[in-house]
Write a protein that binds this ligand. Structure first.
Ligand code: FEO
Length: 396
């Protein structure tokens, strides 16, 4: 069902309560998501974005209930990823000649996905599309988060359609930021930033400053996932500026995997050592084999220091830790200290491997790591406790 936002804008997207993973199985979804599409009616009518392929037929049917499809004058594809462009093939079969506005990279990407030669109209930052009494102003946003990404701004109503930026994977029928549970909303917003936008933080800051430099009034931000920011819309912009600026809280995140509980016991003793020095710091422990990878990455994002532990197996690491370290390297966290730990029985390379991978991932190493043998005894656990205490001193 469509939802009227104001006299000009109608939400015509899809709320997906069933989704459990996104980007294949790369991103866990705990509260569903939405694919937000918007119909903007002035003297001309424009459709901004569509929805994911499985909902294509349903989307076009509902859109046709809302408006005679032939009365849509323009289509804007802010981003070609399939969660926003997936209904274009069905829609374009109904209105094949309508112009599609997107970036030059958007043309490449849409052609790559759908192999169709639609009536593409590539746009650049500052280009304007007249809708009659109002205009859409296009703002390219490369790498926020794909090379083709783009925002557009509606004059008169002063609304930014930001596509993925400022979004959350968060299904709600309530539609607006002020109506939903704020803890849920921000938990999903920070997870989205940590897991998707972290590699592009410098560009986030630059793009926000560039947009601020245009001095355009802003009444509302309409992203392509989650809620519409209508109440104090700058609150999420300010959060993005903080998150993009080498973000950290007073938190130490300890991530480990364990075979016979030895590395887990090390983790707990290290945590107690940290707490013995810094009772204010949030110290959080996660077993990477059992807990959600994307939630762990979010807790890495919040941390000022990250401790990673694995026993040695086959001269290497347990795969949950090896995989996580690869993800952390790709995300390119900045301003975070790190150290390794782990138990071993025979060859014991694990800690050195973790240390090297953390360094390659841009973490500042606190030390060369701590190893214990077999199942740590009281003396070894005391060594872990002292290791934690020394780390706490070095990061306080
Ligand atoms: Fe929501 Fe980059 O797609």
């Amino acid at each position: 069902m469509s939802k009227k936002i104001n006299e000009t804008i109608t939400w015509v997207g899809q709320t997906d309560w069933e989704l459990t993973s996104f980007h294949g199985d790369e991103y866990s979804i705990n509260r569903g998501t939405s694919y937000n599409a918007y119909l903007v009616r002035d003297e001309k009518t424009v459709l901004i974005d569509t929805v994911w392929d499985p909902f294509a037929e349903e989307f076009v049917e509902r859109l046709a209930d809302e408006i005679d499809l032939n009365r849509i004058d323009f289509i804007v594809a802010n981003h070609a990823e399939r969660d926003h462009s997936g209904a274009l093939p069905v829609l374009m079969r109904a209105i094949p000649d309508k112009p599609v506005y997107c970036t030059a990279n958007g043309v490449k990407s849409l052609k790559g996905h759908y192999h169709q030669d639609w009536n593409f109209n590539p746009v650049k930052t500052g280009d304007r599309l007249s809708l009659g009494s109002k205009e859409l102003i296009f703002v390219e946003a490369p790498m926020l988060h794909w090379p083709d990404s783009m925002f557009c701004y509606l004059t008169g109503d002063n609304v930014l359609f930001s596509n993925d930026a400022f979004g959350q994977h968060y299904a709600t029928e309530l539609l607006y930021n002020d109506l939903v549970d704020q803890a849920e909303l921000y938990q999903e917003a920070v997870k989205y930033y940590a897991n998707i936008l972290t590699p592009f933080s410098q560009l986030v800051t630059k793009k926000i400053n560039q947009f601020a430099g245009l001095n355009l009034p802003l009444n509302m931000i309409c992203p392509s996932h989650g809620v519409i920011w209508r109440t104090e819309p700058f609150q999420i912009v300010e959060k993005y500026l903080k998150w993009a600026d080498n973000y950290q809280e007073n938190q130490v995140t300890i991530v480990y995997d364990t075979m016979w509980e030895a590395t887990r016991r090390m983790a707990q003793a290290i945590a107690e050592g940290i707490r013995s020095v810094d009772v204010q710091a949030a110290v959080k422990l996660f077993n990477a084999a059992k807990q959600d990878k994307n939630d762990i990455i979010t807790e890495v994002f919040k941390a000022k220091a990250v401790l990673v532990g694995s026993p040695t197996i086959n001269k290497g690491l347990l795969h949950s830790i090896a995989g996580l370290l690869d993800s952390l390297k790709g995300l390119g966290f900045k301003n975070k200290k790190a150290a390794a730990f782990g138990s071993y029985g025979w060859s014991g390379e694990g800690v050195k491997i973790i240390t090297e991978r953390l360094r390659a991932g841009g973490f500042e190493l606190i030390n060369d790591g701590l190893r214990t043998t077999w199942n740590p005894d009281a003396a070894q656990l005391d060594q872990c406790f002292k290791y934690g205490a020394e780390i706490a001193k070095s990061i306080s």
